[in-house]
Design a binder for this molecule. Structure first.
Ligand SMILES: *Cc1c(COP(=O)(O)O)cnc(C)c1O
Length: 248
């Protein structure tokens, strides 16, 4: 029972999870009549070790998602230290506490859940620090739109009206680049309907902001519905990595 053999087993497990997920995306694109190249897979590695992130990179994954600033930073630093040639785009997909906005902006490449104006000052400051430290581009931001029938604390998201105004504000904030919208299907609801609503808001945002044409939607359980509604970025965790260990 060497560590090496365990690593091999995990690599095979990840490879098959990835194959299955890629096959689902391909099939969903075919059904929807969409070009596979327009749908990007972000593998959500939250709670899993850095060794999994490196294995995924070896298997051709280019985008990973995390939902805690400290965890993202630690894994990113560890990847840079142990495999400096690994090139990954790091997506922050979690809810953003305003006192963490600056830190998140400093360590992520894309921030998905921007849902209130109060976050922009911290994000802007962190994004500019990143640029000062040598980052070549402004920080990509998505507006999180709430797709829940009733707003509930902890789920985040702006109302559709707030989302359009927030998109304008992000586009006008130094250091930030508006890229589009993000949404999470309601718990227990029909994801199809929610993603169709998100698509409408995505189109309205893109109409005023050319280039802000991303729609981040779809997880392990509903990626087919998201692809059908026009998602450009899927955030998939458990279908690739297995069920997450319970959070401590
Ligand atoms: C954890 C998480 C995901 C991935 O969920 P799975 O069901 O494991 O695919 C996607 N989006 C967000 C915002 C998440 O927090």
């Amino acid at each position: 029972m060497t560590a090496e053999r365990d690593d091999d087993g995990r690599l095979r497990e990840l490879a098959s999870g990835l194959d299955r997920t890629r096959a689902r995306i391909e099939a969903a694109c075919e059904v929807a009549g969409r070009d596979r190249a327009d749908v990007h897979l972000i593998v959500v590695t939250k709670t899993w070790p850095t060794s999994d992130v490196l294995a995924l990179a070896e298997l051709g994954v280019a985008d990973v998602g995390e939902n805690k600033a400290g965890e993202l930073r630690a894994k990113r630093d560890e990847c840079a230290a142990t495999a400096p040639s690994t090139s990954l785009t790091w997506h922050f997909i979690g809810q953003i506490q305003s006192n963490k906005a600056r830190e998140i902006a400093r360590c992520a490449d894309v921030v998905h859940a921007v849902d209130r104006p109060k976050l922009l000052a911290g994000l802007s400051r962190g994004a500019q620090e990143r640029i000062d430290a040598g980052a070549s581009a402004r920080l990509a931001c998505l507006v999180q739109v709430s797709l829940d029938p009733q707003p509930s604390p902890g789920r985040g998201g702006a109302t559709p009206e707030q989302a359009l105004a927030l998109a304008d504000q992000i586009a006008g904030t130094e250091g930030l680049a508006l890229r589009g919208v993000m949404g999470v299907a309601p718990l227990g609801g029909d994801p199809r309907e929610a993603f169709t609503t998100l698509r409408e808001i995505a189109d309205r945002v893109a109409a005023t902001h050319p280039g802000a044409d991303w729609m981040s939607a779809g997880m392990s359980g509903d990626l087919e519905q998201a692809v059908a509604a026009g998602a450009t970025h899927l955030r998939v965790g458990s279908a690739v990595l297995g069920s997450r260990p319970p959070l401590g």
